[in-house]
Each structure stands twice: as structure tokens, then as C-alpha cells.
Design a protein. Structure first.
Length: 138
């Protein structure tokens, strides 16, 4: 028996289609095709509802993404206005509360790197062994 929702839906559709196409007038398990269809209708209706809701979700996500483009442009305008405001600026608490790092809290970016001397090209290599008595190897 199918265990997942998709497999169950596929099994319902396959049984219904086969019965409808091949033996529409025959009764099975004491049910006619119409009775069977009525019994499985709640499952089919729920699957239709889920498909509808999934399509609505996809449309809502697309609308949100489209709206976010304009919204983020508005956010950039406001943040830039806060940075340029004489009483707020890049070092103010409002700027930090908006999720940005205050200018005074930023690291300088300067690093004190030490120079490492590159190892010699032949360091760590073992000398190759030459075959005994073979003077042409060198």
C-alpha cells in the first residue's frame, strides 16, 4: 500500500480511472462506481484544495518578491537619509537600531601581517637514489 500523500493520490486516481474506463457498470466490495466516487470524494476534494492553496502561495510569494524590490529601494533612501542627518548620522543609535554597525564600532581594517620567508625550493626533498652501477642515470 502507498504510504505518502502523493502515492495515495496517485493510487486513488489510478483505481478510479481503471474502474471508470474498463468496468463502469460492475460493482466491487458492494459498491457501484458512483458510490465509490462519493466515498473517496473528501480525499479528492482535499487534494484539490491543497493544489489551489499551493498555487495561491506561489502567487503570494511572487507578489511579495515584486513588492520587496520597491520596499528595499525605500529602505535604502531612509537609511541614507539617516546617515546624512546632522543629528543622527552613521554613529547614532537609530542607525545601529536599524541593523547597521556604527562608524565608531567598525574595525579599522588595518592588519599587522608578518612577512614569512618562503621556504627554499629544495627544502624537505629527499635525494633520489640512483641505481647501483648505472653512471648514465646522472
Amino acid at each position: 500500500m502507498p504510504t505518502g500523500a502523493k502515492e495515495k493520490g496517485a493510487k486513488l486516481a489510478a483505481v478510479l480511472k481503471a474502474w471508470k474506463n474498463l468496468r463502469p457498470t460492475k460493482t466491487f466490495a458492494g459498491m457501484t462506481l458512483e458510490q465509490f466516487t462519493a466515498k473517496i470524494k473528501p480525499s479528492l476534494d482535499a487534494r484539490d484544495d491543497i493544489d489551489t492553496l499551493n498555487n495561491q502561495m506561489i502567487a503570494a510569494v511572487d507578489r511579495r518578491d515584486d513588492a520587496d524590490v520597491d520596499s528595499m529601494a525605500q529602505v535604502a533612501l531612509v537609511v541614507n537619509a539617516v546617515k546624512g542627518d546632522v543629528t543622527e548620522g552613521e554613529d547614532g543609535e537609530l542607525y545601529e537600531a536599524m541593523g547597521y554597525v556604527r562608524k565608531s564600532a567598525r574595525k579599522t581594517g588595518k592588519t599587522n601581517k608578518t612577512k614569512k620567508t618562503p621556504p627554499t625550493a629544495l627544502a624537505g626533498l629527499r635525494p633520489a637514489l640512483r641505481p647501483v652501477g648505472d653512471s648514465s642515470w646522472w
